[in-house]
Write a protein that binds this ligand. Structure first.
Ligand SMILES: Cc1ncc(COP(=O)(O)O)c(C=O)c1O
Length: 492
């Protein structure tokens, strides 16, 4: 069966896709689009065809609908004033790599189903580890190695599986968790950490307190908890730390936590989903201090490393714990290369069986930007964050709660209701997006700077909008929990 694009050739269709994206990025750079659409649920559905057409339509009509219906209905994650969550900023090189990967449609669950894709992925992860200054033990040339997961959530989940395998001496595969194993993190860990704990059958994680006045794990409290649990016959299987929490981009003290993990034989996973990319700049490598003792480490290249989603780079120091935990060998997957033990089969490094060719887009990014290009991107975003932090500091009525890497957290002075109202009113403008968090009961707005289309001018414009919107909110009572200590939350 021949696949038709109507009267259009594949080349012209791809040309139109390139035109759509170039126009889109230009519209965002010039802020000709809002950040969020002004829509009600069902508005977009009402503009879509009712069903599959009986006869295929020309692809140019479908592409026209992308311009007409899809793009206006999106939240524009690459917009300079999209400051919510953490960024996603694929560079054109990533898009080209992704397009190629989609056309090549390789599924390299095993080396034998995609030798070049497998070896390229191994090489790309080794190269990226070196570019980020990660320890040698994560390289595939030794006992370690890297894999591209879809998400940081998947990385945590497979780290938990590996930890359970190691902590149980392999018994977990047959007998499950037997109610003995524990996972530890702080209340600032991303929600994917308790989720992984529940999925793995460990129930809720044990929460370790944070150091006073910070959002960072308290290693002494961790030690006390692990000692008490061990004495009670429980097995501390894994501690999940954050290099850059979601709430305030706080950095856990990895070296001190690692010492506790070593004492109790617990696996140490470092979730560096957002902040890990910053380590491409040598001056930011302090964030990874102690990581040479970690068992696994993950960073979302789709957050801050100019790569399209999904693309989470995960490394382990001992790949055997991971593959022994995840290994599957049904007859239909048996092949000589796997049996030889000489190859990497990514099916044993992840939850799904299929392994898409994500490495191609990352390879395109690394090769076309080079280390210096990536550094320039990170440094530019950091300079935008520093500017925003200065603007907040210089604005009467605002409180700079924290500034860590590209994340600036602020609130209005007074009770939470004022900041909650500010957020609602900013949302209603559709011209900016910030997302909230709470620390010690205080409602805070997070602004994550990361758009490759942003400039100093766009940062100033975004802040002017925040100030203008806040000016209409009446003064309130000071929040009772306002202290100078909490003002330093997460700040480094
Ligand atoms: C620190 C941190 N960890 C994990 C995640 C979850 O990432 P993913 O969506 O890749 O699962 C996020 C998401 O923003 C995050 O900020």
């Amino acid at each position: 069966m021949s696949v038709t694009l109507g009267d259009d050739s594949f080349r012209s269709a791809i040309g139109e896709v390139a035109a759509i994206l170039e126009d889109y990025w230009e519209d965002l750079r010039e802020e000709r689009l809002p950040v969020t659409p002004d829509l009600h649920p069902g508005d977009v559905r009402a503009m879509l065809p009712d069903c599959v057409p009986v006869h295929g339509e020309p692809i140019r009509d479908v592409l026209a609908d992308v311009r007409r219906v899809v793009i206006p209905g999106l939240v524009h994650w690459q917009h300079p004033s999209f400051l919510g969550y953490y960024p996603t900023q694929p560079s054109p090189a990533s898009v080209v790599g992704e397009l190629l990967a989609s056309g090549l449609a390789v599924q390299h669950m095993m080396w034998s189903t995609g030798p070049a894709a497998t070896e390229l992925e191994e090489a790309v992860l080794d190269h990226l580890a070196v570019a980020l200054g990660l320890p040698e033990r994560f390289l595939s040339t030794g006992d370690g190695g890297g894999v591209l997961q879809d998400s940081a959530s998947s990385a945590v989940l497979v780290a938990v599986a590996a930890a359970l395998y190691r902590a149980s001496g392999g018994r977990w595969r047959e007998h499950g968790t037997e109610g003995r194993y524990r996972l530890y993190c702080t209340d600032q860990a991303n929600s994917c950490v308790p989720k992984a704990s529940r999925i793995a059958g460990l129930g809720e994680p044990t929460q370790i307190p944070t150091l006073a006045g910070t959002c960072e794990m308290d290693p002494r409290a961790l030690h006390e908890q692990l000692a008490a649990d061990s004495a009670a016959g429980l097995v501390p299987a894994i501690v999940v730390t954050s290099v850059g929490t979601t709430g305030t981009c706080a950095i856990d003290p990895i070296a001190a936590v690692a010492a506790v993990c070593r004492e109790f034989g617990a696996w140490l996973h470092v979730d560096a989903a957002y902040a890990g990319s910053a380590a491409v700049c040598p001056e930011n490598r302090w964030i990874n201090e102690g990581v040479e003792h970690a068992d696994s480490y993950a960073v979302n290249c789709h957050k801050w490393l100019l790569t399209g989603p999904p693309c989470d780079a995960m490394w382990v120091a001992d790949r055997h714990s991971l593959t022994a935990a995840m290994d599957i060998r049904p007859p239909f997957l048996r092949n000589q290369a796997s049996d030889s033990g000489d190859v990497t089969d990514f099916r044993d490094w992840q939850v799904p069986l299929m392994h898409p060719f994500r490495a191609l887009k990352l390879w395109f990014v690394l090769r076309t930007h080079g280390v210096e290009g990536l550094r320039a991107h990170i440094r530019e975003q950091l300079s935008h964050a520093a500017l925003l932090a200065d603007l907040v500091r210089d604005s009467p009525g605002f409180e700079l709660v924290s500034h860590s890497l590209g994340l600036v957290c602020f609130r209005l002075t007074g009770d939470n209701a004022r900041t909650e109202r500010l957020r609602a009113e900013l949302d209603a403008t559709h011209r900016i997006l910030v997302t909230p968090t709470t620390v010690d009961g205080r409602y805070i707005l997070r602004a994550a700077l990361g758009s490759r289309l942003a400039s100093q001018a766009s940062v100033r414009n975004a802040w002017a909008l925040v100030r203008e919107t806040a000016a209409a909110i009446p003064e309130g009572r000071p929040a009772s929990s306002e202290t100078s200590q909490t003002t330093a939350v997460g700040a480094r």
